[in-house]
Design a protein around this ligand. Structure first.
Ligand SMILES: [Ca+2]
Length: 169
């Protein structure tokens, strides 16, 4: 077999596998992560997965829970050389909901286009932040973490984090 044929065979059989293997560490405009069910530290919101989308105009995070119950969800957003910002959602199982955006000093960031919606049937929260609200829109890849706490308490209930960066799409 010539060198060229060997390379052709390798590219057909091996490179696709290498690309698949490499993709979890590679950049993506959207990242889905799973979290185990029933791994909480006490009663509260049990995160089972998240989907973070870093679009040009919005940062959108969907959080799925095992069941809909009252609690606080904090979505931490990091970007290179930027201070942490957090989206904080206070949710009551009766449907009452409040969402704010805060900087690394816990100071509230005014953000007119901040949106949040709870789907009680699916036990799913979606929060969406317009990009100008975070780092004045001047950022690239982001890395998220998700923390849940009981309402009115700083006790950690469930935590989901990743080392992966999500490129801005
Ligand atoms: Ca969990």
């Amino acid at each position: 077999m010539t060198t060229r044929r060997i390379l052709a065979a390798l590219s057909a059989a091996g490179v696709a596998g290498l690309i698949l293997l490499a993709s979890p560490a590679a950049y993506a405009a959207e990242l889905q992560l799973a979290d185990p069910a029933r791994d909480t530290n006490g009663p509260g919101l049990d995160v089972v997965g998240t989907d973070v989308s870093n679009d040009d105009y919005r940062l959108t995070t969907t959080v799925d829970y095992r069941v809909d119950r009252s609690g606080t969800t904090i979505v931490g957003l990091k970007a290179r050389n930027r201070a942490l910002v957090r989206v904080v959602n206070y949710h009551r199982a009766d449907g009452d909901d409040k969402t704010i955006l805060v900087d690394h000093n816990d100071a509230r960031i005014a953000c007119g286009g901040l949106r949040a919606s709870w789907d009680a049937d699916d036990a799913e929260l979606t929060v969406s932040v317009p990009s100008p609200c975070v780092w004045r829109g001047n950022y690239g890849a982001v890395r998220p973490w998700i923390l849940t706490e009981p309402l009115g308490s700083g006790r950690d209930v469930d935590f989901l984090t990743t080392k992966q960066w999500i490129a801005r799409g």
